[in-house]
Design a protein around this ligand. Sequence first.
Ligand code: ATP
Length: 622
Amino acid sequence: MAKTVTSHANSSDNKEQISWRERFAALGNLPAFFRLVWETSPGLFLGNAALRLIRAAIPAATLYVGKLIIDQVVLLTKQSGGTNPDSDIVNYLWWLVAAEFGLAILSTTIGRAVSLMDSLLGDLFANKTSVRLMEHAASLDLEQFEDPTFYDKLERARRQTTGRTVLLSGVFGQVQELISVGFLAAGLAVYNPWLLLLILVAVTPSFIGDNYFNQRSYSLSRSWTPERRELDYLRYVGASDETAKEVKIFGLSDFLIDRFRSLSWDYFQKNRALAISRASWGTLLTGLGTAGYYGAYVWIVMRAIHGQISLGDLTFLAGSFRQVRSSLEGILLQLSSLTQEAVYLQDLFDYFSIQPLIHSPRTARPFPSPIREGFVFENVGFKYANNTERWALRNLSFTLQAGEKLALVGENGAGKTTLVKLLARLYDPTEGRILLDGYDLKEYDLMELRRNIGVIFQDYTRFKMSAGVNIAVGDIDERTNQPRIETSAQRSLADSVIAKLADGYNQQLGRSFNKGVELSGGEWQKVALGRAYMRDAQLIILDEPTAALDARAEYEVFQRFAKLTEGRSSVIISHRFSTVRMADRILVLENGTLLEIGSHYELLEKDGRYAELFGLQARGYQ
Ligand SMILES: Nc1ncnc2c1ncn2[C@@H]1O[C@H](COP(=O)(O)OP(=O)(O)OP(=O)(O)O)[C@@H](O)[C@H]1O
């Protein structure tokens, strides 16, 4: 359900042909893009623009000084046959040569400065956009992360963070070139305006050709986004510490490599066909342009031969003509890649325009402290957006009383984790509502709600960071509060795990980084459990927190958990009935619906599903 607020964002999804109109419309993204660049560094932005402006005037100035030099030399040779030169003219001549030298130095110096600024600005821009990308990702819903089209967008947006400065230098360069051409064209027009027209005609074919191929290459690259993501994924699965174990045991490397090879070969073939046809057409169309240029050159030379223009004029005209042509070609080419870049830019802005659907109300209700009545599920139903055929939960009505310890029981896929995600507002119910102390959960501030609920999921994240940080993520603002981290570790039994680590709480965990140490499954779980104790949550939820713990550790964890959560609400999901029976009440889920609810003894007495499952497990231990 990753909806976007802008309709164009949806309409451009999965579309392979981008029309001309859309490409020019995409140029409308440039102001927003420049705002981003400006915010990155106003100083570099302005400096870059100013230097490029100066540089724009240099080509015409250089050519004109060149013309003056040649005319002076011709004058000198005519006057005296080169023997007794007029010293004023000679002085003037040397001044001109010095001026041309100065212009050449200025041009290369400014050129270097501009590329330096481009690259600095580029790096800063890439960093800034990456940060914005992460910030935006943090604001989005879990559900949006489960949508493949969202991932395609995210992937395309990620690609925009680097290399977008091509666009920056492109537009700056474009303006610089345009001004250069303006000066040179003015010079040409003084002699013959038709020359300008001839140039335009000569560069048009290659411009049209390039545009056509740019569009095709964007379409190809866009339509291959899911495959490119798959390629990235295969590369990761094929070579990562997390998968290496299974890849080896199951002998998966050939399977993965074959899949990678065939997919990447298909992509290469498609790209190659396009590249070859682009190169062939490009050669032909540029040839036409070159023919036009030499046609005009012949005309200029003829006029010089007939004495209609001076030798200086000849060099100025020929030089200007050559430069205007190549600059115009450059401008038109840039225009085509500029519209191209602007279309890519659309992906970045499309991603930024995705809005979360779960957010806090404008005026939020203060979060109850302490919770007085508890959470009430009123006929709650929930469907995952990517599986709308099936209700993951349906017709769910029950109360989680303040201070109550509730256990959730049910077979795999019964909906236990889903229920917990609804409690933490990672999703909103599809139907029905959840009340907290009489008011809909949606009326409370989202951050406050999450701050008051601590959840440790069964698929908790093993952060490849220090042991201390792995506990502190439970309340990251307290990451420097070492006593709190250590108390949490004691409560979750992680302290004995950490005591064995060479660097203690500073020990890097996971093998991806230097000196990283890997923990066993149960050890990781103890560390992750510590997160639950970091925050002062009013409701603590443990989703199969002890599955990897040995029997003694599990018993101990629950003894402590019961004591530490006294007076607070808790929800425990477990398949172990020795754990479950400690809860005040047990809720049995089946296919997303509530089958039974009651205390251990009530449910045994009822002799329903709970009693059956309990009996099954108890017999297993006899
Ligand atoms: N992100 C998701 N997208 C689509 N369907 C999902 C998603 N997560 C879970 N489901 C489906 O919802 C149903 C309930 O899943 P849930 O994870 O709540 O089960 P559970 O009772 O916690 O199972 P387990 O004991 O295996 O952890 C399952 O059929 C599952 O396939």
